[in-house]
Design a protein around this ligand. Structure first.
Ligand code: ADP
Ligand code: GN1
Ligand code: MG
Length: 367
């Protein structure tokens, strides 16, 4: 889709002359652009995003969450700066609209837009290069959970049952039964692999119902490219992509870090021999996450972190396969079979996690 980014940006409190707007990032859901403005000879960048309102059906409530979360974290960063003026931590800073100072703008076609300040001198990585990066990224996500532990009230669930793996499995079975595009015959081994693990899908939900693991405010989309790494210090300096920040289990966040931070291959790799759970990356993620969030986890919650890595990888595999059978309606795809390729990498990663599971458990028990 071609959007008139200059026109859209004119509705926000942005000053100077619009220079350029380009697509940015590799997200599967929203449309993200980087804008450049000339402000008296200095080029200043902003992020402009068009929210996917088929996925996020109550965008105004989502933006209420966004404002509450960023105000809460912003307050903590301001307090930290009083003691440590060199603190480089950031949170997303929304730019409000000119009219009514709203945190979003709706265009005449119903398009839902928001804008925030570009965090310079930092970047995201689709594939982590070193254990040190893994440690820093995981610590930032762990700190994020910790900072939100005293957020007043409960956030709106922007996507109900987002990490309900049993519901995700049921959705897959429904898609397989309907098979609208006759793709079922191509996915036999993948379905068998998932069905063989069906019993594990409800494990965290059962423990939550029994009160052994506790709901908190979590990010829920801790893909490693959703944290900005500071170019100067190498620290995870800003957690981004806050659309699914809502009530959840801490395991969902740690699990997605294992899914996205341990394999050297991209999420849609076709050469499955390249997909593997690198133990040193897992160890760094675990140590980093516990450095940020370890203080509030109970022993049962802590012991379930390796399982979380397996469960969330399986869950996303289930979601990619469901979307493939449904006709690629949810995740953006860039080639035929893209969602099936993504599903296969997830299942290969689950197998790699399973083959190292004992060692993963021993490590967490030793920390
Ligand atoms: P999506 O939902 O599409 O994943 P994100 O909010 O994660 O969208 O943004 C996409 C990419 O844009 C990120 O991976 C990051 O590289 C970049 N990005 C997002 N927000 C900022 C920001 N405030 N400053 C700098 N880069 C950003
Ligand atoms: C989507 O928006 P993005 O690309 O950060 C998805 C996540 C998946 C991820 C898989 C709202 O994240 O749940 O884990 O793709 N976000 C939503 O790459 O469904
Ligand atoms: Mg993202």
């Amino acid at each position: 889709m071609n959007y008139d980014l200059r026109e859209v940006s004119s509705h926000f409190q942005l000053y100077g002359t619009y220079v350029l707007g380009i697509p940015f990032g590799t997200g599967h859901i929203n449309d993200t652009f980087a804008l450049t403005f000339d402000q008296g000879g200095t080029y200043v960048r902003y992020i402009l995003q068009r929210l996917n309102t088929s996925v996020f059906r109550k965008p105004e409530l989502l933006m209420d969450n966004f404002v509450r979360v960023t105000a809460h974290i912003g307050g903590k960063i301001a307090a930290e700066r009083l003691h440590n003026p060199a603190c480089r931590k950031r949170t997303l800073e929304l730019v409000r609209t000119r009219k009514e100072a709203l945190p979003y703008y709706r265009d005449e076609t119903g398009g839902f837009w928001r804008c925030y300040v570009f965090v310079e001198n930092a970047r995201t990585f689709d594939i982590l290069e070193t254990p040190e990066q893994a440690f820093q990224a995981a610590r930032a996500f762990g700190n994020f959970q910790c900072e939100l532990a005293d957020l007043p009230g409960r956030l709106e669930e922007t996507i109900p049952d987002f990490h309900n793996t049993v519901a995700r499995l049921n959705a897959l079975e429904a898609a397989a039964a309907a098979d609208p595009l006759n793709r079922l015959s191509e996915v036999g081994p993948e379905l068998d692999f998932i069905r063989a693990r069906a019993d594990e899908c409800g494990k965290l939900l059962d423990l939550q119902a029994a009160g052994e693991v506790i709901e908190r405010t979590t990010h829920n989309d801790t893909k490693l490219n959703n944290v900005l790494i500071d170019d100067l210090t190498g620290d995870g300096c800003c957690v981004i992509d806050l659309d699914t920040t809502m009530p959840g289990l801490p395991h969902y966040d740690f699990g997605d870090m294992v899914r996205t931070g341990t394999s050297p291959a991209p999420e849609d790799e076709r050469d499955l021999s390249r997909v593997t759970m690198r133990f040193p990356m897992y160890e760094a993620l675990l140590r980093g996450y516990l450095a940020g969030a370890g203080a509030f986890l109970n022993p049962v919650e802590k012991s379930l972190l390796p399982f979380a890595g397996k469960l969330i990888t399986l869950e996303i595999g289930i979601r990619f396969l469901t979307d493939y059978l449904d006709g690629d309606k949810y995740f953006k795809v860039h080639r035929p079979g893209h969602n099936l390729d993504r599903c296969r990498t997830q299942l290969a990663l689950v197998a790699s996690i399973e083959s190292q599971f004992d060692a993963m458990r021993r490590l967490v028990d030793s920390l």
